[in-house]
Design a binder for this molecule. Structure first.
Ligand code: NAP
Length: 346
């Protein structure tokens, strides 16, 4: 086998946005699976906003990325060669394969995917995976909604936010989403059927919240942080419940939260709880089954955006942080169909 493995390596830590000087793409030898191991060809690489945090010197919920090594990455791939009885060539698998075209993993590091007809494969690394589980469990277990309550969701047209909005409607909530730009807002209202949307880029977020939430805000699913979160906290009701999912506005640095708005948690005896989806992996099968049923019956919409090639990672990240993506942002590293390696290759 004389193929090479293209790898994306972080070589300098960004101070602000990721740019060309922070990474290099190298050609490494193809990895070889040992006893009990599996060789996977990466098809999709997820570009979550948190990937930017992994590049910092300080540990986040992930250990800080080591400079010079292959960047960590959440992947969907296909088994091309297997020395493990539970995996056969052609099987699709999720894993943490990193930002590279090929990787070797143990069976325990891979999760087989049973792709259903009528569902795009990429959905199994987006709505029917971590983003879906985050949305469902964050909303139901942290916000603990009661039908009729008012829920505000930030980054509402994003992959997690748009699912939270739609699940909120299914649970009988009044859902107000905050998103950037008329196109995203129209999609949320017309396609996702949420009650009202605020285009924060058009300004007057405070006045719009007052008009759309005249009884105040009972539940918040917070993805963004910063000034908009301050405006939301100023309008919460007594005993409001806030699921703190992420603070994307702070990941490139520079954005802080007003202490006075945090005082609202005291004033309103509200509960704000940070959470990580990994705490809910025990519910994975049950929740993904429910979400898949909704995807198949057309009642849960999601959008998937795909760029091609390792060298598009920097553009993909810029799209996420500038709101150019609508829904989940993926990078495709190889085609979905077919196996690349011949069976007798060594
Ligand atoms: N806790 C967990 O376990 C967990 C799991 C997954 C994700 N998350 C978090 O969930 C949040 C959403 O993730 P996602 O995967 O849904 O992201 P996504 O689909 O990529 O959405 C990102 C969106 O956020 C908005 N945005 C970006 N920068 C912003 C800024 N400075 N101010 C306001 N809006 C901004 C943009 O939409 P607009 O055009 O509307 O601005 C962008 O399209 C992130 O905070 C992420 O870290 C947490």
């Amino acid at each position: 086998m004389n193929q090479l493995n293209q790898q994306w390596r972080l070589v300098a830590r960004p101070d602000g946005e990721l740019a060309a000087e922070h990474f290099t793409i190298v050609s490494a030898p193809m990895p070889q699976p040992g006893a009990g191991e599996v060789l996977v060809r990466t098809i999709y690489l997820l570009i979550p906003p948190a990937m930017r945090m992994w590049m910092n010197e300080r540990d986040s919920y992930m250990p800080a990325q080591t400079l010079g090594e292959v960047m960590s990455g959440i992947t969907l791939g296909v088994v091309e060669r297997s020395n493990h009885p539970g995996f056969v060539p052609g099987m699709y698998v999720n894993g943490m394969g990193g930002c590279q075209e090929w990787f070797v993993a143990t069976g325990e590091q891979l999760m087989p995917i049973s792709a259903q007809a009528g569902v795009p494969l990429a959905a199994y690394r987006s709505v029917l995976d971590v983003q879906g589980l985050t949305a469902y469990c964050g909303l139901t277990e942290i916000c603990r909604p009661v039908a009729g309550q008012t829920l505000v969701v930030t980054a509402a047209a994003g992959s997690v936010g748009s699912l939270v909005c739609q699940i909120g409607k299914k649970l009988g909530l009044k859902v107000v989403g905050i998103a950037g730009g008329p196109q995203k807002c129209a999609w949320l209202e017309r396609e996702c059927g949420i009650d009202a949307v605020i285009d924060y880029k058009a300004g007057e977020v405070g006045q719009r919240l007052d008009a759309l939430c005249p009884q105040g805000i009972d539940l918040v699913f917070e993805n963004v942080g910063g000034e908009i979160f301050d405006l939301i906290l100023d309008r919460i009701n007594d005993h409001a419940r806030i699921a703190l999912c992420g603070l994307i506005s702070s990941y490139n640095g520079g954005v802080t939260q007003k202490t006075s708005s945090l005082m609202q948690l005291v004033n309103k005896t509200a509960t704000m709880e940070g959470f990580l989806v990994r705490d809910y992996f025990g519910r994975y099968a049950e929740v993904i089954q429910q979400l898949q049923t909704w995807v198949l019956d057309g009642s849960l919409k999601c959008q998937i955006e795909i760029l091609d090639g390792l060298d598009s990672i920097v553009d993909a990240m810029a799209r996420v942080f500038h709101g150019k993506n609508q829904g989940i942002q993926l990078v495709r590293l190889s085609p979905e169909a077919g196996l690349t390696l011949l069976h007798n290759e060594t």
